[in-house]
Design a protein around this ligand. Structure first.
Ligand code: ZN
Ligand code: ZN
Length: 417
């Protein structure tokens, strides 16, 4: 069994309070009277408490938090009957879907141990994930359709800190991960809320340039990568804050450095290699290399976690196609920290990435007004999964290709050209 001593003393309480304030004021822009549903690892209790305080100060209706505990998760793999792994708490997810449908906001605190399930049976892990994904789908649709304001922030869970800084004593590892989270989330500055205002303006400028250029495809070249990635018809680039269908402008990811849009599910050709390990629900998948034909992954390998990768690709038809493409300069603050976080929220913001699976319907011109059929007709992908993986580095060049075949440099050696 793992132990769960309290390392909260290793985390600066003033910065943690600022992170909670940023989560409510910037991440969610929680509205007076709005309910909030929060999920958190057990270790993140100190942050969940501060967020709850800031939520009620901002006028929240009811804040409901659900905690997950690592030992309880492992107990299932150690002792549950086989049929347990095809089940999920459907009633809970139905309730979440109902709450989002009636306007509740959603906040996730991330920070789970990325390796928690690495020594468990991959078949059971995949079945449990699939059962969860299916049960969560109606709730997730409110998030992927951007019906409500939602956000993710993170807490330096000791088991995560130990993985990121294996050579440090645990107290020092937690303190160092906390500092990295605070810096990336811009809460080590005097006025984090205005720092976020400036950052959002910078990301909006990049998105505007990409939207004005109306590229029909991006062409990536680098070690193990020669990929032509078609963009969806009528795609729109976004970055930083954006406005949910309920009219609330929020920052869905704290931190965020990316500008992103929707690829065309049928128009991706060539080979691409991952540049950082992907931590997927408790397993590390490393050195991924895949080949696309007509938008579909027809070959996939990995030097580590290949079995899990292949199972993920078989989740459904859309799991072999792309749902997101995102650009992040190699010099982004998270990349510059040089830390490999083993956590997508951070690592994807250190690197250009693509995502397998579900697209964001808002990444289209007038996306909010499009029906699922119209999104599909424009090249938007559908799947139970959305898994980001990192393909950027200081060795990758990206060109924008216009409909007339002309080419504009977008990135050179990982930086904006
Ligand atoms: Zn992304
Ligand atoms: Zn993504």
């Amino acid at each position: 069994m793992t132990t769960a001593p309290d390392f909260a003393n290793s985390v600066d309480p003033v910065k943690l309070d600022k992170l909670a304030e940023v989560a409510i004021q910037v991440g969610l822009r929680l509205q007076r009277g709005q309910d909030l549903i929060m999920t958190a690892p057990m270790a993140a209790l100190p942050l969940a408490r501060l967020i709850t305080k800031h939520a009620y100060k901002a006028g929240a209706g009811v804040v409901t938090t659900m905690f997950a505990d690592e030992d309880m998760t492992l107990a299932r793999y150690a002792h549950a009957p086989d049929e347990s792994f095809d089940k999920a708490a459907n009633w809970l997810y139905d309730g979440m879907a109902k709450a989002f449908g009636s306007g509740a906001a959603r906040l996730a605190i991330s920070g789970d141990n990325p390796m928690l399930l690495s020594s468990q049976d991959p078949g059971k892990v995949a079945r449990a994930n699939r059962a969860n994904s299916m049960a969560y789908k109606p709730a997730l649709e409110h998030i992927s359709n951007f019906d409500i304001n939602w956000s993710i922030c993170s807490y330096p869970n000791p088991s995560w800190a130990k993985l990121v800084f294996p050579d440090l004593p645990i107290e020092a590892a937690v303190a160092k991960l906390a500092d990295a989270i605070f810096a990336a989330s811009r809460v080590d500055l005097d006025d984090p809320v205005s720092a976020w205002r400036q950052h959002n303006a910078d990301l909006a400028k990049r998105s505007k340039w990409l939207n004005e250029n109306r590229f029909s495809a991006l062409h990536y070249t680098g070690p193990g990568t020669d990929l032509t990635l078609g963009l969806a018809d009528g795609h729109e680039w976004f970055g930083g804050e954006s406005t949910a269908k309920n009219g609330v402008t929020c920052n869905p990811n704290i931190p965020t450095e990316e500008v992103f849009t929707t690829p065309h599910a049928l128009r991706v050709e060539g080979t691409v290699s991952s540049t950082k390990p992907l931590s997927h629900q408790g397993t590390l998948i490393d050195n991924i290399q895949v080949r696309f034909e007509a938008g579909r992954i027809v070959e996939a390998k990995a030097t580590r976690g290949e079995e899990v990768l292949l199972k993920v690709l078989d989740t459904d038809e859309g799991a072999r196609r792309l749902g997101e493409v995102a650009l992040v300069p190699h010099s982004s603050p998270i990349s510059a920290s040089g830390i490999l976080f083993y956590n997508t929220l951070f690592d994807e913001n250190a690197s250009c990435h693509i995502a397998l699976g579900q697209c964001y319907s808002k990444c289209f011109i007038d996306g909010a007004k499009l029906s699922p059929d119209e999104i599909k007709a424009r090249g938007g992908n559908t799947s139970l999964i959305h898994i980001d993986w990192m393909i950027g580095s200081d060795k990758i060049d990206i060109d924008g290709v216009k409909a007339d075949g002309s080419v504009v440099p977008v990135m050179r050696r990982g930086e904006w050209a």
